[in-house]
Design a binder for this molecule. Structure first.
Ligand code: G1P
Length: 303
């Protein structure tokens, strides 16, 4: 059986939800306290045994390449000043086997993944979406990507991570129609539907940005017609793949942080800060004081 050793991180999105911050800065570089969101994804990949990572980028994304490159001047400076702790942090971002390719036209997630065809070759691989951070406040948890790889080692099949979301939110996601009850959180799937209206959604189990795919997905993506939002959808290609080979869904039970959304980003920052050795105590005290102040404040007038 081929080992799963390659990951693809689509990072070509324009980040319009975070304008103006993302006008010149890659949204993947927005930090949660002191770490760019893409670094959490790269760390999850490495912890899962991934050896090579392809980042599919677009315009204004140069800072991602620079972030994972060595910075001689900075390293020299930190060494000179004896700042070994900071040097260690900088070291953590270098020496990783990262590769970059540009998606010249943003045609959708399916098209972004298709750019990885030559990189992936004929091997199973994972796709990791940068807007979804998993279990970042629980370093002891088995990374979701690793869970998918463990599943693959047993089934040899593509496996997509899903999670139950509130029914009214399903139209923001790919949604599965599960077959039966599932066994230990692993479901056979009847269909995969991209962004259904709540009344048409076959379940509340939503795709959450981690995919283990067999390479047969590429032939399907090559002829995939645009779907929801007039974009080439990965979900549609997975639905087609499921008709010729089994595709499973793995239900995630950990903590998912949606950093692609403004409020989600703020919540992630607070949760992560509450675990961060340098700021956790101050953050906790601040939140307690703030909570008290808000409780005492005048009740909001109704609209
Ligand atoms: C993408 C996928 C969707 C998935 C979601 C998870 O949508 O197309 O199936 O549920 O990521 O975050 P996007 O958020 O890019 O619109």
């Amino acid at each position: 059986m081929t080992k799963v050793r390659k990951a693809v991180i689509p990072a070509a999105g324009l980040g319009t939800r975070f304008l103006p911050a993302t006008k010149a800065l890659a949204k993947e570089m927005l930090p949660i306290v002191d770490k760019p969101t893409i670094q959490f994804i790269v760390e999850e990949a490495l912890k899962s045994g991934i050896e090579d990572i392809l980042v599919v980028t677009g315009k204004s994304k140069r800072s991602i390449e620079d972030h994972f490159d060595s910075n001689f001047e900075l390293e020299y400076n930190l060494k000179e000043k004896g700042k070994h702790d900071l040097l260690k942090l900088v070291d953590e971002t270098t020496g990783i086997r990262l590769h970059f390719i540009r998606q010249s036209h943003p045609r959708g997630l399916g098209d972004a993944v298709l750019q990885a065809k030559a990189f992936v070759g004929n091997e199973p691989f994972v796709v990791m979406l940068g807007d979804d951070l998993m279990d970042i406040t629980n370093p002891k948890a088995t990374p979701l990507t690793k869970q998918l790889i463990n599943d693959y080692e047993k089934t040899h099949a593509s496996t997509i991570a899903v999670m139950e979301v509130p029914h009214e939110d399903v139209s923001s996601y790919g949604v599965i129609a599960p077959q039966g009850e599932g066994e230990h959180g692993l479901y056979s799937v009847e269909t995969f539907v991209e962004k259904p209206a709540p009344e048409d959604a076959p379940s509340d189990l939503a795709i959450i940005g981690r995919y283990l795919l067999t390479p047969e997905i590429f032939a399907i993506l090559e002829t995939q017609e645009p779907g929801a939002g007039n974009e080439i959808q990965l979900t549609d290609a997975i639905d087609t793949l499921n008709k010729t080979q089994r595709v499973f869904a793995r239900q995630f039970t950990g903590d998912r942080y949606d950093v692609g959304d403004k409020f989600g980003f703020l919540k992630t920052t607070i949760d992560y800060a509450l675990q961060h050795p340098q700021v956790k105590n101050e953050m906790k005290d601040y939140l307690i004081t703030l909570g008290k102040e808000l409780e005492q404040a005048e009740p909001k007038t109704k609209d």
